[in-house]
Design a protein around this ligand. Sequence first.
Ligand SMILES: Cc1cc2nc3c(=O)[nH]c(=O)nc-3n(C[C@H](O)[C@H](O)[C@H](O)COP(=O)(O)OP(=O)(O)OC[C@H]3O[C@@H](n4cnc5c(N)ncnc54)[C@H](O)[C@@H]3O)c2cc1C
Length: 506
Amino acid sequence: MARRIVVCGGGSAGGVLAARLSEDPANTVTLVEAGPDYRTPEETAPELLDANQFGFTTHDWGYESADHVADADSIPMFGIVEQGILPVLRGKVIGGSSSVNGANALRPTPEDFARWTGLGNDRWSWDHVLPYLKKLEDDPVGGELHGTGGPVHIERFTEGNGLRPVMSAFLEACAQAGHPVHEDINGVRKRGAGPIPFNRKNGIRQSSAIAYLGPARHRENLTVLGEQTVDRVEFTEDGTARAVILADGTVLEADLVVLSAGAIGSPAILMRSGIGPRRLLDRLSIPTVQCLEGVGCNLRDHPMVYLTYAVDEEAVGELMPPLQTALAFSSAGAAGQGEVDLHALPFTMEPGVMLVPLAVVRPYSLGSVEITSRAPEADPRIRLGLFDHPDDLRRMVAGIRQIREIMGSGPLEKYVRAETWPGPEATTDADLARAVLQGKNTYCHAVGTCAMGGEGTPAAVVDQAGKVHGVDALYVVDASTMPDIPAVPTNTTVMMMAERWADQLG
Ligand SMILES: Cc1cc2nc3c(=O)[nH]c(=O)nc-3n(C[C@H](O)[C@H](O)[C@H](O)COP(=O)(O)OP(=O)(O)OC[C@H]3O[C@@H](n4cnc5c(N)ncnc54)[C@H](O)[C@@H]3O)c2cc1C
């Protein structure tokens, strides 16, 4: 049956979805992206291609969180964070955040999906998702757990294969502190240190634009509209989505509408379309199509701080690639059986400085997003809620103590000169907690604002197939649908979800 499908947002999920759905010539797929569409690598800005850089310096939505941030001493993050501002980075370009991100391709684990099924999403168990994690990747590690030949090529820096001595020393220091070291931290093992798997090939970030859309561009049934902002979805009287309205008034008629505008963009489009919390819709005089209190709630992100060290420039040598290794560990300590709730990733970008981003990856804090106006170009109000829950703060403090031990240990002695943030004067738990609240930042993994769950579940916005509750022909496929945040960076999980839903929607 011929179908007109409009995918709103060309990011990690939208790129995968548009490429997969257009494999069927019976589908006519239009992908609408607010940022620029670069059709070839030659047209693409270098910072979007180079996996050692971050593309958000040039292609970002410019959002800020309304969380309180201390006025003084906020931690500089690559020179873009102004004092007292907590940016909510989101890629505004074809490929979305997958075009601007760290290309860290850590996969979610069986524990992550046990949480999803525990929340009533029984069709999202590890056994359901593993085939799609394998389908998307081309990981030379191979074996039963990994796919080879998928669109997203995976690379690791290992001993003898580009691993820098300082990163090797970090792994040794982790081992000395009692953490297991694995060559493949994308197995089912969740605890320990090892080389990070990256979605990169010959130094090029494998975004959804490069890995999925690039090879699909020649298809006559796929149209990509760049620099076009989606305003809202229009419905028939019986609540079936029938068209997408762009900010310039263009009407795109559709048999199926998929929102893939991400954890900030998708709830905003739903709210402008009349689907959201009743009080908000009433306040902005938006006619209600479907009252769903969960839209924009349940925002989950990984709170992070940037531990900072002065290092011996000469001993560290080459700064690139800036990121090569990671440690996944428990706030309960290396020896115990506590769950993995922390990540640390040593990072070099400037001579003489090493950052160790440290994140709580099983956060309890919750945030929210809501529109402030019916105008599609108006910024929504975003509250990440980082460290609102006292246990997130407690675990971060415990994590800092463990990383201090690692950074001060023998294998790193010739590299590390001094801790410059929070600094040696921060010794008590209260000192560290204060420093964390002043220097709080995010791992940039917002999810959950159109959460999957059974109809009537308080936060639920979509069902297990991605269909928005209470209306027809409208789906959400992106990070916003995650019912809980996985304890890993989120890009691979989003791409897996898009692969799986493409199979079902196709
Ligand atoms: C700086 C940064 C670093 C990160 N690093 C990593 C990492 O190393 N590894 C990892 O796994 N994850 C990382 N992440 C997170 C990961 O990239 C995201 O979770 C993932 O890309 C989200 O995918 P998505 O499809 O939900 O949204 P996005 O990829 O953000 O896509 C949403 C798209 O919709 C478009 N859009 C929004 N609103 C509209 C509208 N109204 N009309 C039209 N288009 C619209 C946006 O421009 C964007 O292209 C990082 C994220 C950031 C921002």
